[in-house]
Design a protein around this ligand. Structure first.
Ligand code: SF4
Ligand code: SF4
Length: 138
């Protein structure tokens, strides 16, 4: 889930469902330490070789989302909130094709977030660079 507002008040977990969220190796290692899970239990490498959060077969949501439902409008809580990847923290801010920070169309409450800043763009670019470089390093 993204920043605290409006996610919790709206009971939203849309961005944790059918997730394609990438993460760094350091973030994965932190989640291994935090959960005791093997990395293969919560990540997979997508077709571009990028380490990505895994969805649960039944709920079709991120394996860390506490939910019983596969309904994209159902509530859910992140079970690793304090250790969630940076991409989860910055969402719904994402990079545009021109490397500007924009509010992602996939967030149903995006109009309730402040406009993205230059700092958001810098954070996202830095994260993307790290993730891409790790995907090419294997
Ligand atoms: S790690 Fe948490 S915030 Fe990120 S997609 Fe999974 S459940 Fe959502
Ligand atoms: S989709 Fe938007 S409102 Fe919903 S949890 Fe994610 S960031 Fe928050």
């Amino acid at each position: 889930m993204g920043r605290s507002l409006p996610c919790v008040p709206m009971g939203c977990s849309a961005c944790c469902r059918e997730t394609t969220m990438p993460l760094t190796k350091a973030e994965a290692a932190k989640l291994v330490r935090r959960t005791g899970m093997a990395i293969e239990k919560f990540t997979w490498k997508n077709e571009a070789g990028i380490l990505t959060l895994l969805n649960d077969n039944t709920t079709r949501a991120c394996v860390f989302l506490l939910t019983d439902s596969a309904d994209s409008n159902a509530e859910g809580m992140c079970s690793v909130y304090d250790a969630r990847p940076k991409g989860c923290k910055t969402y719904p801010y994402v990079l545009s094709e021109n490397d500007a920070a924009i509010l992602d169309e996939g967030c149903p409450h995006k109009e309730q977030f402040p406009p993205p800043s230059e700092d958001d763009a810098a954070t996202l670019l830095n994260l993307e660079e790290r993730i891409l470089s790790e995907s090419q390093g294997d």
